[in-house]
Design a protein around this ligand. Structure first.
Ligand SMILES: Cc1cc2nc3c(=O)[nH]c(=O)nc-3n(C[C@H](O)[C@H](O)[C@H](O)COP(=O)(O)OP(=O)(O)OC[C@H]3O[C@@H](n4cnc5c(N)ncnc54)[C@H](O)[C@@H]3O)c2cc1C
Length: 439
């Protein structure tokens, strides 16, 4: 069965922040869209799930005022934000040389200074981070991995391990597969400040979850027909338009198409004619973001704490989500889940073992979350380019091919890999499609 709505201007494939923002922006321009999303919900790699009385974020969570696109959306819909983790009584520590070392406020300040020193070589690479123009790269940083860069970095052991843990948290993938440019870029976007960099990674979240924000944006996509549970199988371009075929056998046609899929899943849709070689290669190689984030229920009151650990550890970050005498919830991040040696995503015993170096004696009761790397609609977490990928794939990933436009956080100009980048790409693609249809 085919939808032959001659009024439709664009078919949008993918209902994450990029696709949904584009749908709203097109509506504002009087353009009609059909948005097809494979899941039974919007939000993609953001996913607010109610569990044990909490709106838990299984995917994207933190936002920051230095991220202009997402912050303006928060303001526009009057979405309530909160500081998280709660700073009052927060115990901070780093695992170094197999020991948990508590950090005083002075130690934490020295750790930030060490991170400034680590990022100093990248300062010239991103002189104007919001303009995307790359600076000179005489030392070949563009091809260097985080692991290689860390090998050149000298500091006291605890500070070095703290810096390495921050690299694990930013990359959320193995450090030898993650480009050093990715940390340097985010650092530059945060005003070349380690303090603001750390804050943009994890200091402010939405009280009711990202779900409230995406629902607000979707609510104003008034001219868009949003169809959930509609996985796309094939996208065909003809001289007169774009035909999007669904797994169900239905098809939607329009003069233009917007592909708002994760870079890693581009190849799981069939395109006729095929996409550019760079897009296909990027999707086959994938970006390096492949970590695991989960919420972990543990026995007893563990207090308010934030502990980071370098790559030698299977767990690289844990932070208290909620605590009380009846038990506590932790948010746990592993940049390299293979090290966890968990037999399945909710393997309580496996995670309990992995947590011991950070929280000796901790007893895990249950685990909830989402296995993004094995989710066929994501095949990874947030976008962290591999060494060399930045220059090779970024411009092409969002280059229009015939009547097909491309959006997504994975190819954003500025806060790539963040919710902000997805929204930015939604603005841009809607503008481009509108101009194309007008011309
Ligand atoms: C664990 C985790 C933690 C994160 N933490 C943060 C954070 O704290 N702050 C932050 O800013 N960002 C964070 N991010 C990154 C952020 O969530 C993403 O960069 C952003 O949400 C991506 O939006 P998008 O619209 O580009 O892509 P997506 O959200 O991936 O949207 C793409 C959509 O396409 C759909 N799709 C896939 N295949 C098909 C198909 N064949 N047919 C139809 N639809 C299809 C998918 O279901 C999905 O809904 C995190 C991500 C993860 C995974």
């Amino acid at each position: 069965m085919a939808t032959s709505d001659s009024e439709v201007d664009v078919v949008i494939v993918g209902g994450g922040f990029a696709g949904v923002t584009a749908a709203r922006e097109l509506s504002a321009r009087g353009r009609r869209a059909v948005l097809v999303e494979a899941r039974d919900r919007l939000g993609g790699r953001t996913y607010t799930k109610d569990h044990d009385g909490h709106p838990m974020e299984f995917g994207g969570t933190w936002v920051h005022p230095l991220q202009p696109h997402v912050w303006s959306e928060i303001d526009r819909y009057d979405v309530e934000t909160e500081t998280f983790p709660v700073l009052e009584g927060l115990r901070q520590a780093v695992v170094s040389d197999g020991r948990v070392v508590d950090l005083s406020d002075d130690d934490a300040a020295r750790a930030l200074e060490a991170f400034d020193a680590f990022c100093a070589p990248g300062t010239t690479l991103f002189p104007e981070p919001f303009s995307e123009t790359l600076g000179p790269d005489p030392d070949g940083l563009g091809d260097r991995s985080l692991r290689e860069q860390l090998a050149t970095f000298k500091a006291e052991p605890e500070l070095r391990d703290w810096v390495e843990a921050m690299c694990c948290l930013t990359a959320f993938g193995p450090l030898d597969q993650s480009g050093v440019t990715e940390v340097f870029r985010a650092y530059a976007l945060a005003g070349h400040s380690a303090e603001q960099f750390a804050a943009s990674l994890s200091a402010t979240k939405l009280v009711k979850g990202t779900r409230e924000l995406i629902d607000s944006i979707a609510g104003q996509a008034t001219l868009a027909d949003i169809r959930l549970s509609s996985p796309v199988r094939r996208v065909i371009q003809t001289d007169g338009g774009v035909r999007v075929e669904l797994e169900s056998g239905e098809a939607v046609s329009a003069p233009t198409g917007l592909i708002a899929l994760p870079m890693n899943v581009l190849n799981s849709v069939e395109f006729e004619p095929g996409l550019s070689e760079i897009k296909r290669t990027a999707s086959a190689d994938r970006h390096a973001g492949a970590g695991m984030k989960c919420f972990v229920r543990v026995k007893g009151d563990i207090g308010n704490l934030s502990i980071v650990a370098p790559e030698a550890q299977a767990v690289n970050f844990l932070v208290t989500y909620d605590h009380g005498p009846e038990g506590s919830w932790l948010i746990v991040f592993s940049a390299n889940p293979k090290k966890l040696q968990m037999t399945k995503f909710d393997d309580v015993q496996g995670l309990q073992t992995a947590l011991q170096p950070l929280l000796p004696g901790v007893e895990v009761e249950s685990i909830v979350g989402w296995d993004w790397s094995n989710d066929p609609l994501a095949l990874g977490t947030w976008c962290i380019y591999r060494p060399g990928q930045l220059a090779k794939v970024l411009p092409d990933l969002r280059t229009t091919e015939g009547r097909l436009f491309f959006a997504g956080s994975d190819s954003a100009s500025t806060w790539r890999g963040f919710i902000d980048g997805a929204i930015e790409s939604g603005y841009r693609s809607a503008r481009d499609i509108d101009s194309y249809l007008t011309s």
